[in-house]
Design a protein around this ligand. Structure first.
Ligand SMILES: Cc1cc2nc3c(=O)[nH]c(=O)nc-3n(C[C@H](O)[C@H](O)[C@H](O)COP(=O)(O)O)c2cc1C
Length: 219
């Protein structure tokens, strides 16, 4: 058994405002995040994407195994291959793989099998969940861990003035093939990142947020 080592906690984030104000300021930023499905082709630098991924990679994870990989795609041929495979799956999804309730729930969002954004957005960040560590060892709570990392990724992009789409073409196994990922990685989310297109519209149905008294219980 190894004896745990500790160091003093010195590198602490201290906002200039007290917690109530800092929390409100962050909420005011985050409440404006919107899933975007119409992207501009305006470039985003690789450095920006590296910083977003670094933020995602700062997430907590079960036993600090960091069971995630972020495959960042800007190559047009690869984006095209992803679009073609995603649209094939999505055509099958809308033509019957999804049940009636699911399709009805999607109707107000106006989504369909056309995924032009997969070629238009300057970057696609494909988030993979590691089901075994790279050295073959165990990982713990990988779904919770990668979900938290993905949340930070979206927040970081939004904070940087960029838009994202949380996309889950169903099923997503084609992403492992197109991107030639190893066996211990499973596709988790496909996140186009970029600027919204000029005149971009968002569905009214997606604007509604449950009020606090519906999502919060205090005891
Ligand atoms: C796990 C997950 C999967 C999603 N999959 C898709 C998808 O495949 N296609 C899509 O257009 N939107 C997808 N969305 C986006 C949701 O439709 C969107 O978050 C929701 O309508 C609320 O809108 P907002 O993100 O603008 O607040 C997904 C969101 C999540 C969290």
């Amino acid at each position: 058994m190894t004896t745990p080592r500790f160091v003093p906690l010195t590198d602490v984030h201290r906002p200039s405002a007290p917690p109530e104000e800092a929390a409100l300021a962050f909420y005011e930023v985050m409440r404006r995040r919107r899933t975007v499905r119409e992207f501009s082709s305006r470039p985003v630098s690789r450095t920006t994407i590296e910083r977003l991924v670094a933020t995602a990679g700062s997430a907590p994870s079960g036993a600090n195994k960091q069971p995630w990989r972020f495959v960042c795609v800007s190559d047009p041929q690869t984006k095209r291959a992803i679009r073609e495979a995603a649209e094939a799956e999505e055509r099958a999804f809308y033509a019957g793989r999804a049940n009636a309730e699911w399709l009805a729930d999607l109707e107000p969002l106006g989504t369909d099998a056309d995924k032009a954004f997969l070629e238009v957005a300057p970057w696609l960040i494909v988030v993979f969940k590691l089901v075994r560590a790279d050295d073959g060892g165990q990982v713990y709570y990988p779904t919770e861990s990668v979900g938290l990392a993905a949340g930070l990724l979206l927040a970081a992009a939004h904070h940087a003035g960029l838009a994202t789409l949380t996309h889950t073409p169903s099923p997503m196994a084609f992403l492992s093939e197109v991107l030639q990922r190893p066996d211990n990685e499973r596709p988790f989310l496909l996140v186009p990142v970029g600027y919204p297109a000029e005149g971009c519209r968002v569905p009214v149905a997606a604007l509604r947020r449950k009020p606090l008294d519906e999502i919060m219980v205090v005891r």
